[in-house]
Design a protein around this ligand. Structure first.
Ligand code: PHE
Length: 356
């Protein structure tokens, strides 16, 4: 090969070595083999070469062309391989690494308590019943043996909703979940075993009262139901819910128009430390009683054949006690810091406590 051809070979080898990616490589290829490439130019000029030298020059050019083509192809192959290596390295996944946890929402303590109650009472054979927030005064009061002008209507600080419904009844925001007792008894034949979680409303607003709050109601109707069933059911529930197998539970005589006899239920705690269990002090936690025969009759159930018990409790109150939440108001403020602190992971199952 003549010097000019050797120089072109050397130059091209250097340019190929310097081409770090496929774009640079392609520029070298075009500069050498393209239509106005350096080798193409030399081939075009072959015609001008003196006839006696043409043969040797042609052979040398062919040899060079083969060498350059081979070098160019080889460089392409090595650049492609390097690109693939780099991609494989950068895209490598370690499938054994633990997953990064995506931020998720948390379960509000009220929802969590409702879930726990559903789990505990569910295990005792209770179903869940629901009713509307806007009730009529017959279901909220009358059917529950709270006649017009009964003082209990005042006690409840009722929100009256303007307008009378089709049955001529005053509409109210339900002041307790007890109207769902009435709905359930009217809609389903005994035996009945339901709990009723839901929103309730009273015109009351201070540090310990919210105009909207939550209750859970319980209703059991069957043959031969006694106070013993009520006591056993509520003791089991309270000990399971608070996770204290020895939680002291006291039944204290009380009055509700819709139960007879009626009992308030207290649990043991330490007033000074706020700790539940021992401590010698009592904390009122729920209302209960044997369903009043008049209520059964109002709901089309024969009280000589069927008996039952009912109970109702505030969900915020038991939630605050269980988790040591000191203030009621943040329950409804959606403050993300409070929710992060008191919220529950959606993946943590509602645990039932051992031994209960
Ligand atoms: N409804 C009552 C209240 O809101 C609670 C209760 C329910 C009492 C069922 C006895 C039976 O205070």
């Amino acid at each position: 090969m003549t010097d000019d051809l050797l120089a072109l070979k050397t130059e091209t080898d250097a340019a190929l070595a310097a081409a770090g990616d496929l774009r640079a490589w392609d520029a070298v290829r075009v500069a050498v083999l393209g239509r106005s490439g350096s080798l193409t130019g030399l081939l075009k000029e072959l015609g001008k070469v003196a006839p006696e030298e043409r043969r040797a020059r042609g052979a040398a050019l062919n040899e060079l062309k083969e060498a350059l083509t081979a070098a160019i192809d080889a460089r392409r192959a090595s650049l492609e391989e390097a690109a693939l290596e780099a991609r494989l390295a950068s895209e490598r996944l370690d499938v054994t690494l633990p997953p990064r946890l995506a931020p998720t929402g948390l379960i509000h303590p009220i929802s969590r308590t409702m879930e726990e109650m559903a789990a505990i009472f569910g295990a005792m054979g209770f179903a869940i019943a629901e009713g509307p927030d806007i009730e009529d005064d017959w279901r909220n009061f009358g059917a529950l043996n709270i006649p017009a002008h009964h003082p209990a209507r005042q006690d409840m600080d009722t929100f009256y909703v303007p307008g009378i419904d089709a049955d001529g009844r005053q509409r109210v925001l339900r002041t307790h979940t007890s109207p769902v007792q009435v709905r359930t008894m009217l809609n389903q034949a005994p035996p009945i075993r339901v709990i009723v979680p839901g929103r309730t409303y009273r015109a009351d607003h201070d540090a310990t009262h919210s105009p909207m709050f939550h209750q859970v109601e319980g209703l059991v109707i069957d043959r031969g139901i006694t106070l013993g069933h009520l006591k056993g059911c509520l003791i089991d529930f309270l000990r399971a819910f608070f996770g204290i197998t020895t939680l002291p539970v006291r039944f204290r005589s009380s009055y509700f128009p819709f139960t007879e006899p009626s009992m308030e239920v207290d649990i043991g705690w330490n007033r000074k430390t706020g700790e539940l269990g021992g401590g010698g002090d009592w904390l009122e936690i729920l209302g209960s009683g044997m369903v009043h025969p008049k209520v059964l009759a109002n709901c089309g159930i024969d009280p000589r054949e069927w008996q039952g018990f009912a109970f109702g409790m505030g969900i915020e109150r038991v939630t605050m006690l269980k988790h040591g939440i000191p203030d009621l108001r943040p329950f409804y403020e959606s403050d993300i810091r409070w929710l992060r602190h008191y919220g529950f992971s959606a993946l943590a199952p509602a645990m039932l406590h051992e031994g209960v």
